[in-house]
Design a protein around this ligand. Structure first.
Ligand SMILES: C[C@](O)(CO)[C@H](O)COP(=O)(O)OP(=O)(O)OC[C@H]1O[C@@H](n2ccc(N)nc2=O)[C@H](O)[C@@H]1O
Ligand SMILES: Nc1ncnc2c1ncn2[C@@H]1O[C@H](COP(=O)(O)OP(=O)(O)OP(=O)(O)O)[C@@H](O)[C@H]1O
Length: 284
């Protein structure tokens, strides 16, 4: 058996995001299109015999035991009853609180990677169900394919989306996801649409219902959205802070990225229909 694996934990974009209701537990019912991009954190996972779970480097601002990587490993250990442990390391590239799902993706890579390393043979469905306990965005990263999502983001149907080159801008601030979902001004009553309708309309009709509240509360995000909108339709991912726009060629996307303010972090990344994690492990 392989005793060490290095695996990607990709970012996601919400190409559109509608909020169609609020459940009794306070969580919001969404309709969203998830797509992966080729921007990744990398995790190294090694099995150990003593049952310990150890993350070797700290992620700044996150306690060891609160780190979603450690929580995912412990959850899988408890669920499976394995006596094995793991030494884990992460090379972080994705901004935290950026709406790119970095923490959730780290958790998903831990679940899928340790399932391999510990030879547990759990299905992706079972791992996604487990992952949902850690965050609403974890299941899509376990699922590994572009998806139309409903519920709180866990009811997933695979779709194939266009794969443009994106310019992604992080305006250097962190957004509190609970803060946005608790805002009284948030639009929570978008009319549910069918998946076919969402796909038929395509990018020109896509929007993110969090955008108005986020722009109001975080002026630097409004500034980044307005700047990018001069070049192509621009949108927020998740609850921000990142904003993005799609371009047909890498060259055009790079030319626009070069014009962006040096005060922002700016990336050019390709849209993907399968997760680099699943490609690496030969799934799908
Ligand atoms: C906005 C999205 O990024 C879209 O992909 C996700 O739905 C957020 O997913 P996430 O970061 O994994 O969020 P979680 O850690 O599950 O939830 C953070 C907080 O956001 C709120 N929350 C989250 C998801 C959801 N569908 N409704 C909510 O109201 C809840 O207050 C929750 O306590
Ligand atoms: N391994 C991890 N990487 C990043 N954040 C983590 C990790 N473990 C715990 N966290 C916590 O999770 C929070 C959200 O991180 P994440 O990078 O997933 O935000 P996000 O991109 O806004 O996600 P989403 O789009 O799912 O809302 C962080 O602010 C941090 O406190």
């Amino acid at each position: 058996m392989n005793s060490q694996l290095t695996l990607p934990a990709p970012a996601k974009l919400n190409r559109m995001l509608h909020i169609v209701g609020r459940r009794e537990d306070g969580f919001h019912s969404l309709q969203t299109l998830f797509q992966f991009i080729d921007l990744n954190d990398h995790l190294t996972l090694a099995a150990r015999d003593d049952g310990d779970i150890q993350l070797t480097q700290a992620v700044s601002g996150v306690n060891h035991d609160d780190n979603l990587i450690v929580r995912a490993a412990r959850l899988l250990q408890r669920h499976s009853g394995t006596l094995l442990g793991a030494t884990l390391a992460v090379n972080k590239q994705l901004p935290m609180g950026g709406g790119l799902g970095g923490g959730s993706s780290n958790a998903a890579t831990t679940l899928v990677g340790l399932n391999h390393l510990w030879q547990l043979n759990l299905s992706l469905e079972e791992l996604a169900r487990l992952g949902l306990q850690l965050g609403a965005d974890v299941p899509v990263f376990v699922h590994g394919h572009s998806a139309w999502a409903e519920g709180i983001g866990e009811q997933l149907t695979s779709v194939t989306l266009d794969t443009p080159w994106f310019v992604i801008i992080h305006p250097g601030i962190s957004v509190s996801t609970p803060g946005i979902f608790q805002d009284p001004q948030l639009t929570r009553d978008s009319r549910p649409i069918t998946m076919a309708r969402a796909l038929q309309g395509g990018a020109p009709e896509w929007r993110n219902d969090c955008e108005a509240v986020v722009k109001e509360r975080y002026p630097p995000i409004a500034e980044a959205l307005d700047w990018l909108a001069q070049h192509a339709p621009s949108r927020l991912t998740g609850t921000g802070a990142c904003v993005f726009a799609a371009f047909e060629s890498q060259q055009t996307a790079q030319a626009i990225a070069q014009l962006a303010s040096p005060h922002w972090s700016t990336w050019v990344a390709r849209g993907l229909n399968t997760s680099p994690l699943h490609d690496a492990l030969g799934y799908l």
